[in-house]
Write a protein that binds this ligand. Structure first.
Ligand SMILES: [Zn+2]
Ligand SMILES: [Zn+2]
Length: 360
């Protein structure tokens, strides 16, 4: 048998390398020379060597014995060396080294989030409203309350794991013995045996249900904003917290209001005569109609502000304004009488201010 190489040399680390560095070096080497991915001659031997070095250097007691006494010291610390077991055990060894044991399956697992949408009118979004939203979610079974057993049936403690849900497996493999904690195969990690599965959920402990949620849509929400309903998502596993429900708002466009921040834009069309003489007009707002006084000589493009008639500020006090954009509309069709009146008007305006404005 060939002389064993120094373990530090095998892993390519310094003698004072930290456990972290040793782990890092090992992972890299183990991947590089794993016989599943590296079919070069001698890779199996190399892989074995790397694992052996790691087995010793990753264990504080074995490492210090090795530091003092060399290879013999490591063996005195319970390192049994490697027998000749063939290559069948690679998956198991890797699970042990890379922490891919079924640990995650025992721990509480939070439920999934649910994403849904709600369609709102412009007014509902601006002023807030209450909505009922249906979600299709995973809930604890209402019959067995998540126990998975038919109510009244026995659920004896699992004898395989003594109710702990996990079992230790000592595995003999090419590189020695590894202790691996796995999900109890008999009870699936639950610690008890379901003798008679619940008839409603067929032993899953869960059921998918349509659930109606009352949602307060806050005033000022905008298209694309989302509301989170904490803990209203899918139920978790093994006592894990439930997921959340995220509701994204889709705000329908309004027939004549447009949102700009928290202000509402509104185009007000008046005719030529109203603009010239001035007028009082009822203007629609989110809060009912408001009277707007247009002074004589109003020009197209003038913006009038209706204070505090805009959108409520999201999660704050107050609201924006309504901005009324004046549009003076030129009549497209005139009857005989109107035509005559306009001709009179034209004669009257000729040489007056209308002309002066055009000529510099
Ligand atoms: Zn059930
Ligand atoms: Zn068990």
């Amino acid at each position: 048998m060939a002389v064993k190489r120094d373990y530090y040399e095998v892993l390519g680390v310094a003698r004072d390398a930290s456990p972290e560095d040793i782990k890092k070096a090992f992972r890299k080497l183990a991947k590089d020379c794993h016989p599943d991915s590296n079919h070069e001659n001698g890779s199996a031997e190399r892989f074995k060597e790397v694992n052996e070095a790691y087995e010793v250097l990753s264990d504080q007691a074995k490492r210090s014995a090795y530091d003092r006494f060399g290879h013999a010291g490591a063996q005195s610390q319970g390192f049994e060396g490697f027998g000749n077991f063939g290559f069948s055990g690679f998956g198991d060894i890797f699970d042990a080294f890379f922490g891919a044991s079924s640990e995650a399956e025992f721990s509480p697992r939070p439920g999934s989030d649910i994403h849904t949408r709600v369609t709102l009118t412009f007014e509902e979004a601006a002023l807030g409203c209450d909505k009922e939203i249906d979600v299709n979610r995973v809930e604890r079974c209402s019959r067995c309350h998540g126990s998975r057993s038919e109510p009244g049936s026995e659920t004896p403690r699992c004898t395989e794991c003594d109710g702990r849900g996990r079992v230790q497996r000592v595995q003999q493999s090419l590189f020695g013995r590894f202790t691996n904690v796995i999900n109890c195969p008999k009870c699936g990690g639950e610690g008890r045996i379901v003798e008679q599965p619940c008839g409603q959920c067929r032993g899953s402990g869960k059921e998918r249900k349509r659930h109606s949620l009352k949602v307060n849509i806050p005033a000022g929400i905008d298209d694309g904003n989302a509301i989170r309903l904490t803990g209203e998502g899918d139920a978790g596993d093994r006592g894990g917290s439930p997921g959340h429900v995220y509701i994204t708002a889709e705000v329908k466009p309004h027939a004549y209001f447009r949102r700009e921040g928290y202000d509402v834009n509104y185009d007000l069309e008046i005719n030529f005569a109203q603009a010239a003489l001035g007028c009082e007009i009822q203007v629609p707002t989110l809060y009912g109609e408001d009277k707007l006084k247009i002074p004589p000589g109003a020009q197209s493009g003038t913006v009038y502000k209706l204070k505090n008639r805009g959108i409520r500020r999201l999660q704050r006090n107050g609201q924006g304004d309504q901005l009324v954009n004046l549009k003076v509309v030129t009549p497209e069709k005139l009857n005989k009488e109107q035509k005559k009146l306009f001709e009179q008007l034209l004669n009257s305006l000729n040489g007056d201010n209308a002309r002066k404005k055009i000529e510099p």
